[in-house]
Ligand binder design. Structure first.
Ligand SMILES: [Mn+2]
Length: 331
């Protein structure tokens, strides 16, 4: 039995928490799921009653909230006796067995997701005054598998989330934070590259094969989308960045239209719609916002890889042109 945990404290995130849980329970009979949700809605409790493998907890450690609960929750699972524990963000839809996916990897490695936009290591350990042991490309901690041997790393990661430099940076809007303090996953990248934890073996689940990182249209590439029509969707579909349930603050101009259109054909939103068929929550953010988006949904029967393919192709062409014009830029 694989112990999975997740967390959500925002009321507007409760539907996504239910959708994540429902998709996981349907896709993987070998899991138990512990959700920590200090503001769990009645809908969350009602939904959980249908799945005996789900437990809901409303209390968490004092002073911890948001993303920073990850190491604490994973430590709770390990201290309670689990040999291995998995974290999955509440903004992920699971389409296939996570337990089976993990069998592709050595059983004692730390497993984390590949970041959607950065594939080369950016030195970060020195920002904390540590000697670097190895280059580590930025990780995305939307998915994380740890075993008992990773307890010291988790303890240190938890300590870093309480560091005053990190706490101060968290009070700034995301785009103004120094990169090495931007979020908990950069702290994890720093730890993995440091001398102290440089011997921790880790693997990444890959964009394309294991995960679609839906950040605009670029975290799920046209070629992968075409393959997936035949080989099936990747096991995990993650909503990165702008969340579809947060009302748009973009004016109703071309940019606003494109964002709405991209949301309409987002693989995450379309995968959520499939899961929603079995539920009675019906969040408004699953409905189409543009007639072009509605048309593409209709033409592709709402296929999460296919509906956004035209947009992903256009996006890939623009990225290619941008790279030719500015070869040194990291996008
Ligand atoms: Mn996420």
């Amino acid at each position: 039995m694989l112990h999975v945990c997740s967390y959500e404290d925002r009321l507007e995130g409760m539907d996504s928490l239910i959708l994540m849980g429902e998709s996981l329970c349907r896709a993987d009979p070998e899991i138990s799921l512990r959700l920590t949700a200090p503001n769990a809605s009645v809908a969350v409790s009602n939904w959980a009653r249908g799945w005996p493998e789900v437990t809901i907890r409303t209390e968490t450690a004092a002073g911890l909230d948001g993303w920073d609960v990850k190491p604490w929750l994973l430590l709770q699972e390990l201290k309670a006796g689990a040999q291995e524990a998995v974290w999955i963000d509440s903004d992920v839809i699971i389409t296939r067995s996570v337990s089976q996916m993990l069998r592709e990897f050595p059983s004692d490695n730390l497993i984390v997701a590949e970041e959607w936009d950065r594939h080369n290591a950016i030195p970060v350990a020195h920002q904390w005054g540590w000697p670097a042991a190895r280059p580590v490309p930025p990780v995305n901690s939307c998915f994380l598998r740890v075993t008992k041997t990773h307890q010291p790393l988790l303890e240190y990661w938890l300590k870093m989330t309480q560091d005053s430099r990190y706490r101060e940076a968290q009070r700034l809007p995301f785009e103004r934070r120094p990169w090495h303090l931007a979020s908990d996953q950069v702290l994890l990248t720093a730890l993995l590259s440091s001398e102290a934890f440089g011997d921790v073996s880790y693997d990444t689940i890959r964009i394309g094969r294991h995960i679609a990182q839906c950040a605009g249209s670029s975290g799920y590439r046209p070629l992968h989308r075409c393959f997936d029509i035949f080989r099936g969707l990747p096991p995990l579909i993650h909503s990165v960045g702008r969340k579809p349930w947060i009302p748009s603050d973009v004016p109703r101009n071309l940019r606003g239209f494109l964002l709405d259109f991209a949301t309409d054909v987002s693989p995450y939103v379309l995968a959520s719609r499939r899961i929603n068929r079995n539920l009675d929550i019906n969040p408004d953010w699953l409905k189409p916002r543009t007639s072009l988006g509605a048309l593409l949904r209709w033409l592709t029967a709402g296929h999460p890889a296919l509906a956004g393919l035209p947009l992903a192709v256009i996006h890939a062409i623009f990225l290619r042109i941008g790279r030719m014009l500015r070869p040194n830029i990291i996008e």
